[in-house]
Design a protein. Structure first.
Length: 434
């Protein structure tokens, strides 16, 4: 974002153009249709009237999937909040400041705000030059106060209007080099951690349709799995997905597998594609637990994955399969970063295992995440229907999982470039369009 000094000086604009005269018109039915996806929202207001209108807006039925946080203090409070807490997916800032003060405030906010966050500013100045400068700084919309409840609902709906270009979430998939190496356990724990870190919604889809363990491990009782309900892409829609989801804790929305052992017809690639499209229209973060099988629907799933995590155990079969999978992905996804390799159950066998060093050498990739074999805490967590990162956050494996979740999120924030530092948001020109 350009420095405020270079911004147009508001007092020089002799007769400022008026902004959006339609802003005072009550939105029509079309402007009020739709639903906001599963997001977290932070609202920071300078005036009680705006706080009241926005509180009512967030209690509207169209916002029922939003996790809101409402506070006084305008832009300054938002900056203080984002400096120490995870940035919400949506920030709504109401301010009584002047144009120059707003721009200076947004500049400071950019240092502490996540790149993916959408920001809406509600201000007093009614001036097209300021409007342009604010949008150019990466803000999604600027509204002139006062904003009433219906107008706020319409403005938020506009931000999330559906359409192919509006996909929101990133998809992270866990794939095992072989069965039993802990792929599902890690997918569940990482998804849980991401929700806690974000203080916002995360979806976990258990796509091991027949033998999936998410519901079992998380102590959820699914009425019927996705497999039974949604193999037909024409039947699959937001409502069906929403009904199949089960909430674990405050943030983790689980799409459980059937858990019944009878034979299940494989879903069509089109059904899986549709499911993942719906998932990322509705959730900012989607974690997939994939079975370790090759099939046509798995290829469809892998085509939309942004971050791929291969889980291997410290054994020869894992090493061979991981090498094979890495070769496949190198060829199939030449423009993506290489999958992340996680070595789990390290130390499971003193005699027969492959050491982490030999593993890394054999694969010619860095093994950044190693998780120790710790049967006590994993068995205890499964027995209690809890996650190890929830039950024993300070244990070694939980800390390694927490780091893995942070690393994946960090890659996400900068489009795979690595260091996931806050503050890149305003400097990304393509964010200006919201
Ligand atoms: N690091 C670990 N230490 C001890 N047990 C583990 C570890 N990781 C996973 N497990 C256990 O291994 C078993 C298989 O895990 P699971 O996630 O179902 O594997 P997969 O999905 O790869 O087939 C589970 O009982 C799980 O609790
Ligand atoms: Mg599994």
């Amino acid at each position: 974002m350009t420095q405020p000094a270079k911004m147009p000086k508001m007092e020089n604009a002799s007769a400022p153009l008026m902004l959006r005269s339609e802003a005072r018109i009550t939105p029509g039915e079309a402007g009020l249709s739709g639903r906001i996806p599963h997001i977290s929202a932070g609202v920071f207001c300078d005036t009680p009237a705006a706080e009241h209108a926005l509180r009512d807006a967030l209690q509207d039925r169209r916002m029922s999937r939003v996790t809101p946080r409402i506070a006084a203090g305008g832009i300054a409070a938002a900056i203080a909040f984002c400096a120490k807490e995870p940035t919400p997916d949506l920030l709504i800032l109401e301010t009584t400041a002047t144009g120059d003060e707003i721009l200076a405030g947004l500049n400071r906010l950019s240092d502490v705000c996540d790149p993916d966050t959408k920001v809406v500013v509600i201000g007093r100045p009614n001036d097209i030059a300021l409007y342009r400068a604010i949008l150019a700084s990466g803000v999604s919309d600027y509204l002139v106060a006062p904003v009433d409840t219906l107008f706020a609902i319409a403005a938020i709906l506009r931000l999330y209007a559906s359409g192919p270009a509006k996909r929101m979430g990133r998809v992270c998939a866990f794939l095992g080099a072989k069965g039993g190496v802990g792929t599902s356990t890690l997918a569940q724990n990482v998804a849980w951690r991401m929700g806690q870190d974000r203080r916002g919604p995360v979806m976990l889809a258990d796509l091991d349709l027949q033998f999936g363990t998410a519901a079992l491990n998380l102590n959820l009782v699914p009425s019927a799995g996705f497999a039974e309900q949604a193999t037909d892409p024409d039947r699959l829609d937001q409502a069906l997905l929403e009904r199949a989801l089960m909430l674990k804790g405050a943030y983790l929305h689980v799409l459980p597998a059937s858990g019944r052992m009878q034979e299940i017809a494989a879903p069509s690639p089109a059904a899986v594609e549709k499911l993942l499209d719906l998932a990322r229209q509705t959730f900012p973060v989607v974690v997939l637990d994939l079975p370790h099988l090759q099939s046509s629907w798995m290829r469809a799933a892998l085509a939309v994955v942004d971050d791929l995590v291969i889980v291997a155990g410290p054994d020869l079969a894992s090493l061979r399969n991981a090498k094979c999978l890495l070769d496949i992905f190198r060829a199939a996804r030449p423009n993506d970063t290489l999958p992340r390799l996680v070595l789990n159950q390290v130390g499971i066998s003193k005699r027969a295992g492959v050491s982490p060093a030999d593993f890394a050498q054999g694969l010619e990739v860095e093994v950044k995440t190693r998780i120790a074999f710790d049967p006590q805490i994993f068995a205890k967590a499964a027995g209690e229907g809890r996650l190890i990162t929830e039950m024993a956050p300070r244990a070694g494996p939980s800390r390694a999982i927490a780091r893995l979740a942070k690393d994946i999120t960090a890659d996400r924030a900068l489009g795979g470039a690595g260091a996931g530092k806050k503050g890149a948001w305003f400097r990304m020109p393509w964010h200006a369009a919201g």
